[in-house]
Each structure stands twice: as C-alpha cells, then as structure tokens.
Ligand binder design. Structure first.
Ligand code: ADP
Length: 237
C-alpha cells in the first residue's frame, strides 16, 4: 500500500474495500410467490415475485419458454429530494439491466406461455439501488421456487480519486475530485467467474478492469454468504 493510499479517506470513513453492513431477509411479502429484502447500509430494496402465470395479452406469449419481466421502482419517499412517482427512463433502464443480469441463471424453458413478474421497490436510497435490487430479486426468485442454476450477487465499485472503492454510498458516488465520479455496477453468478452485468458510468483505464473484477469477486463472496444465510433461515422455519 502506498503512502497516499493510507492517507486517502472515504467520505464514509470506511476502508477502501470495506462494504456497508448487509442484511437480507426472505419472505417479507407473504402474498407473493417469493419475496426478499436486501440492504447495503441505508439502501433498502424489496423484491416480490409473482408467477409463473399465464401471460396476457396472448400475442406476447412465447410457446418455447417462460418470460422474465422486471419492474424496478425507486419510490418517492426513498430519497429526500422531490422525486416524481412512477416510471421514468432511469427505472426502465434498470428494469431491463436487471432482467439481463438475472436471466442466465433461470431455467424457465418448462413454463411456456407464462411470465414471471419481479417487482423491485427501493424504499430507501443511498446509491447502489440497482445492485441491492438484483440481490433481493435473486433471493425472491429462489424463494418462489423458480428453477435456478445459482444465485446472482451484485455490487457497485467506483473510484475515489485514483483509488478503487467498493459499495459506494451517495456521497461517494457524487465525489467530484480527481478523475471524477465513477460508478461500476456488476453482477455475477455466485461461485463462478461468469459476470451477467457490467456497467460503467464515468471513466476507468482498461488495464484496471482486472483489479475491479478481483474486488467484485471478493465482495460477491460476502454477498453470497448473506444471501445463503437468509435462505437457510426461511427453510429452517
Ligand atoms: P444506483 O442507485 O444503482 O446507484 P444511479 O447511479 O442511477 O443508480 O443513482 C444513484 C443514486 O442517486 C440513487 O441510489 C439515489 O440515492 C439517487 N437518486 C437517483 N434518482 C434520484 C432521484 N430521482 N431523486 C433523488 N435521488 C435520486
């Protein structure tokens, strides 16, 4: 570690690779077929799964497979500034990215003409909402008994000046110093080296991507442990 690295302080006071406290709970929406809550510090995501159920309108059905449909919503009261309720470009983009991140582990070929609806609600936002939403949705799908090859674990990396940091909160995500803010959300199949989501908002030198992947792997091991514990708790009830 260089002298500069030692002196570098995150706005949150955390170490460069220190994540926020994570919590997960499965079965938080009793009426849903599967549900879960996942938190990174002050960011709280709830996911509820409904289905597989017949897809309407009928012309949208696919006789060769079930369809995954994700709806992500950052609720108005999740942020202190005024946020107009309802869908917007950002929520549509995150819904689609979440679908792409989750689909590779789902085995839904045996549910032709059906849809599996995943509703993700961010009830409190302090950055990392898409990644918390993916972690919650992965747990909710498993809880709903949807055939899955594995869980998906997701975390965001970023930069503080030139240093890579993990699991950014809002102040860190907005940090303007040095090379400017960078948000690097990733999702991967647990216990594998297969990534299902890699997004980049900001700038990063291509040669640092390996470093990012290594950090994401370590973080995802921790996320997977939290997810497994939450699933075990509901099975043992
Ligand atoms: P992520 O939440 O995955 O980091 P973004 O980078 O789009 O996704 O958003 C960063 C953060 O900015 C959110 O977590 C939230 O804290 C805040 N934010 C996003 N949209 C709004 C909004 N409309 N009003 C207030 N804050 C918002």
């Amino acid at each position: 570690m260089t002298k500069e690295t030692k002196e570098l302080k995150r706005p949150s006071g955390r170490g460069l690779t220190e994540m926020r406290q994570m919590k997960a709970k499965v079965g938080v929406v009793p009426n849903a077929d599967g549900s879960a809550m996942f938190t990174f510090g002050n960011t709280i995501a709830i996911a509820a799964v409904y289905g597989p159920r017949q897809l309407h309108p009928q012309h949208m059905q696919d006789p060769s497979t079930g369809i995954l449909r994700v709806n992500y919503d950052l609720l108005s009261f999740s942020v202190s500034e005024r946020k107009k309720p309802g869908p917007n470009r950002r929520s549509q983009e995150i819904s689609k990215m979440t679908e792409f991140a989750l689909l590779p582990v789902l085995d839904i070929k045996d549910f032709p003409n059906t849809v599996i609806d995943v509703q993700i609600y961010i009830i409190q936002a302090d950055a990392g909402t898409r990644t918390a939403g993916i972690n919650a949705a992965s747990l909710a799908l498993a809880h709903a008994g949807i055939p899955m090859k594995n869980l998906i674990c997701s975390v965001a990396l970023g930069k503080l000046d030139k240093e890579l940091i993990i699991d950014l909160d809002k102040d860190e995500e907005d940090f303007e110093g040095g090379e400017g803010p960078t948000d690097f959300p990733l999702a991967k199949i647990a216990n594998s080296d297969q990534f299902t989501l890699i997004q980049l908002d900001g700038k990063i030198q291509p040669e640092r991507v390996k470093e990012i992947i290594d950090l994401a792997n370590k973080a995802c091991e921790k996320i997977y442990e939290v997810q497994k514990k939450a699933l075990k708790e509901v099975i043992e009830q």
